[in-house]
Design a protein around this ligand. Sequence first.
Ligand SMILES: [Zn+2]
Length: 85
Amino acid sequence: MSLKQKLQLAEGMVFFGIVLGLLGAYADSGVAVCLLGLGVLLAGTFLLFRWKRCPECGDFLGRDNADYCPHCGKKIDYDAKKTNS
Ligand SMILES: [Zn+2]
């Protein structure tokens, strides 16, 4: 997977988790759905923090999809595929 695909996957999980959580909150006896949504949301957030890093120095890239690493200034190639991840 490229960095772009990973981030899309993680952001999709966060979004899906929020939707599930809301569905569970509004449904009768939807506690399990709500908890499932919370779990997906947390997993997506975890993956975002894990994956949204500079390939060069490993620093966290922040909330914006910046073109350049705020830490080392290296251009971030979101389409590059790393073989070891
Ligand atoms: Zn960097």
